[in-house]
Write a protein that binds this ligand. Structure first.
Ligand code: XIL
Length: 580
C-alpha cells in the first residue's frame, strides 16, 4: 500500500514537472513530447516481407517455417529458424527512451497459432549453413503466454514468458516494449508485466522489423507504432528503398571494374555473389556493388531452403530485392541454384516420397523459380556440384539422384529450358580447373548431354582457391589448357565463384601474390572469347562466407575488398588488367 502511494506521488510530480518543462520549452520554441511524435509503422511498405500481406485491418502474417538446415556432420541437427525480415520496409531511428506498441491479433480461425514480432538493432548475417545472429528482441504470443526473447549476438540468448490475461487472449493483445535507460519495460494491455535489463540491443540507433507465425500458422499485426518517452528522445521513420547509384557516383566510376570491362571487354561480365541483408542495410556495400560490378549472383537467396521453405510456400522477397537492385542498376543476373544436394529444406529430405513425387517436386520448383524471373535472370546454375568433392563419380546422396539416377541432370536442364527458353543454362562445380578425374568426368557428362540434345549452354568453374605457404592455387596456364576442351564442345564458360583464401598470413607480400593470381585468371577470361563472366564469391571480407568463427582452418581474407570495404591490392590488379 505504502509503496503504491509513494509511486502515485512520484507519478504526479513527474507529470507536474513535465507540464512545467513543456511550458518552458514552448516558450523557447523547441516543443515537447506530445501525441504527434508518435509514428506509424504499418503505413510503410510491408508488401516485401515474405509471408506478409497488407489487408484492411493491418498486415496478415503467415508463418513460412523458413529455416537453415545444419550440414550432415553437425552435432546438432535441429534446423535454425530463419524468419524473414522486412528489409524494404520501415526503418526506425531511435534516440533515448522510446516505446514500441503493437497489437497482435490471433485469427478466429486459428486461435492457437503463435505470433511473433522481431525488432532488430543489428541484423543477422545469414548463409545457407549458418545464421550469425545480431541483436534483437522478439515479442511473441505462444499458447497462453507472452514470450520475450533477447538475442545479444552469437550464442547470447535469453527467453522470458509471462501469462497473458484472459482479456488478451480472446481479442487482440496490445504489447508494448519500452526502452527506459538500460532496461526494457514490457506491458500487456497497459499493465507493466516486467522490467528486463537491456544489454544494449538497440545501441545502433537503427531498428529493423520482422514478423512471423508458427509454421503454416497466421496472425494479424493490427498496429505498430513508436513514440519517444521524453523530450530528449527521438524516433524518426523512413521507408527503406532499393539503392540506386546516382548519376554523380556513376561519373566518378569511370575507372571502376565494370566500366573498364564495358569499355574494353564488352562481352565479359564482372560479377559477384550478393547477400540480401547487407545489400539493403549497408549503403557502402550497395554502392561498391553497383559501381564495380555488372553481374550479380544471389549467394543464398535463391537456394531451395531460402526460397521454397514449405511445399506450397515460397519466400521470394530476398531474391526479388537482389533482382530489382540489379535491374535498377543495369546489372545482369546469374541465378543460383536449382538442383543441388545441399540447402534442401527438411520437407524435401525428411519424407518418404516416391520417385515420381520427387521428380514432380523438382519440376514444380524449377518452373516456379525460373518462371518468376523469366526474362530477367539471364543465366542459371541449373545443376550445382553434381560430382563428389574430388572424384569422378556423381554424388548419389541427393533426392534428385535418388529418384532419377543420373538423368536428374538432363531433367533439370530441360525443365529450366521449358520455364525460360532464352536463359543460358549451366552446370557449376569446384575443383574442375585442373585436369584430372573430376574434370574428365564433367567433360564426358557435358559431351553426352550435348549429343542427346539436352539444353546445356555452359560450365561454371567455381575457382575457390586457397593460398598458403605450402600450397599454391592452380596456375592460369594449367587452367587454360583444361578449359579449352570444354570450349571445343561448343560451350560457354564462366569463372563463377572465385576467391583466393589466405590463412593467417596477410603480409603485404601475400596480398600481392593474391593480387597477381586474381589478375592471371582475369587475363585468361579476357583473352578467351568463350568466357562470359569473371565472378567472385562476394567482394568484401566483411561478409565473406568464410567467417572466422565458422570456418575450420582459419581461411579467409580471400576477396578484393577488406573488412572495412577498402580495396585490396587484388582490386587494383584487376583494375590494371581491365585497362588493357
Ligand atoms: C556457400 C555460401 O557462400 C555460404 O554462405 C554457405 O554457407 C554455403 O554455400 N559452391 C557453391 C556455393 O555453389 O553455393 C557455395 O556457397 C560455395 C561453394
Amino acid at each position: 500500500m505504502r509503496v503504491n502511494l509513494l509511486e502515485k506521488k512520484r507519478y504526479w510530480w513527474g507529470h507536474a514537472w513535465k507540464g512545467l518543462a513543456c511550458i518552458a520549452l514552448v516558450a523557447l520554441g523547441t516543443g515537447c513530447v506530445n501525441a504527434n511524435d508518435k509514428v506509424e509503422l504499418l503505413d510503410k511498405d510491408w508488401t516485401h516481407l515474405a509471408g506478409a500481406e497488407m489487408v484492411d485491418e493491418g498486415v496478415r502474417i503467415e508463418g513460412l517455417g523458413r529455416a537453415i538446415v545444419p550440414t550432415d556432420d553437425a552435432d546438432d541437427q535441429t534446423p535454425v529458424a530463419n524468419p524473414p525480415i522486412n528489409l524494404r520496409g520501415p526503418v526506425l531511428r531511435v534516440k533515448g527512451d522510446f516505446a514500441l506498441s503493437a497489437r497482435l491479433s490471433r485469427l478466429e480461425s486459428s486461435p492457437d497459432d503463435s505470433a511473433y514480432l522481431t525488432i532488430y538493432g543489428e541484423l543477422p548475417l545469414t548463409q545457407d549453413e549458418w545464421r550469425q545472429d545480431g541483436r534483437a528482441v522478439t515479442l511473441g504470443l505462444e499458447g497462453n503466454d507472452l514470450i520475450v526473447e533477447l538475442q545479444n549476438g552469437i550464442d547470447d540468448y535469453e527467453r522470458h514468458a509471462y501469462p497473458l490475461p484472459a482479456s488478451a487472449m480472446s481479442q487482440g493483445t496490445d504489447v508494448s516494449l519500452a526502452r527506459i535507460g538500460d532496461r526494457f519495460s514490457i506491458r500487456i494491455n497497459d499493465e507493466t508485466v516486467a522490467l528486463i535489463d537491456d544489454p544494449g540491443l538497440f545501441d545502433s540507433g537503427v531498428l529493423w522489423f520482422g514478423a512471423s507465425a508458427s509454421e503454416d500458422g497466421e496472425y494479424l499485426l493490427q498496429s505498430l507504432t513508436a513514440r519517444p518517452l521524453d523530450r530528449r528522445s527521438e524516433v524518426t521513420i523512413m521507408d527503406n528503398q532499393i539503392p540506386v547509384l546516382s548519376a554523380e557516383e556513376e561519373v566518378s566510376a569511370a575507372t571502376s571494374l565494370r566500366h573498364l570491362a564495358e569499355k574494353n571487354h564488352p562481352r565479359l561480365y564482372i560479377g559477384t555473389a550478393v547477400a540480401a541483408i547487407p545489400l539493403l542495410s549497408d549503403k557502402k556495400y550497395a554502392r561498391i556493388l553497383a559501381r564495380e560490378f555488372s553481374m550479380v549472383t544471389p549467394e543464398n537467396a535463391m537456394k531451395f531452403q531460402f526460397i521454397h521453405p514449405g511445399p506450397d510456400s515460397y519466400a521470394f522477397a530476398d531474391a526479388d530485392a537482389i533482382v530489382d537492385f540489379a535491374q535498377a542498376n543495369d546489372m545482369a543476373i546469374h541465378g543460383h541454384t536449382l538442383a543441388w544436394k545441399e540447402a534442401l529444406p527438411r520437407w524435401v529430405t525428411g519424407s518418404d516420397y516416391t520417385d515420381q513425387q520427387l521428380k514432380d517436386i523438382l519440376a514444380k520448383h524449377i518452373a516456379k523459380v525460373v518462371g518468376r524471373y523469366k526474362g530477367r535472370v539471364q543465366s542459371w546454375d541449373v545443376v550445382n556440384e553434381p560430382f563428389e568433392p574430388f572424384g569422378a563419380t556423381l554424388r548419389t546422396g541427393s533426392p534428385w539422384y535418388q529418384s532419377m539416377g543420373k538423368d536428374y541432370i538432363a531433367f533439370a536442364l530441360r525443365e529450366a529450358h521449358r520455364a525460360d527458353p532464352e536463359a543460358r543454362l549451366y552446370i557449376n562445380d569446384y575443383a574442375l580447373e585442373h585436369p584430372g578425374p573430376k574434370s574428365d568426368a564433367m567433360h564426358a557428362l557435358a559431351k553426352s548431354l550435348l549429343e542427346r540434345g539436352v539444353p546445356l549452354h555452359g560450365i561454371g568453374f567455381q575457382m575457390h582457391e586457397d593460398m598458403t605457404d605450402d600450397y599454391q592455387p592452380v596456375e592460369a596456364s594449367v587452367f587454360r589448357d583444361n578449359v579449352q576442351r570444354f570450349i571445343d564442345l561448343g560451350l560457354e564458360v564462366r569463372i563463377s565463384e572465385m576467391d583466393v583464401n589466405l590463412q593467417d598470413n596477410d603480409s603485404q607480400e601475400r596480398l600481392q601474390q593474391q593480387a597477381e593470381y586474381y589478375r592471371s585468371i582475369l587475363e585468361l577470361a579476357m583473352d578467351i572469347p568463350a568466357f562470359t563472366a569473371f565472378s567472385t564469391w562476394g567482394f568484401t571480407d566483411r561478409y565473406s562466407s568464410l567467417q572466422e568463427w565458422w570456418e575450420a582452418d582459419g581461411f579467409g581474407n580471400g576477396l578484393i575488398f577488406d573488412a572495412n570495404h577498402q580495396p585490396k591490392p587484388a582490386y587494383f590488379s584487376l583494375q590494371e588488367a581491365l585497362k588493357e
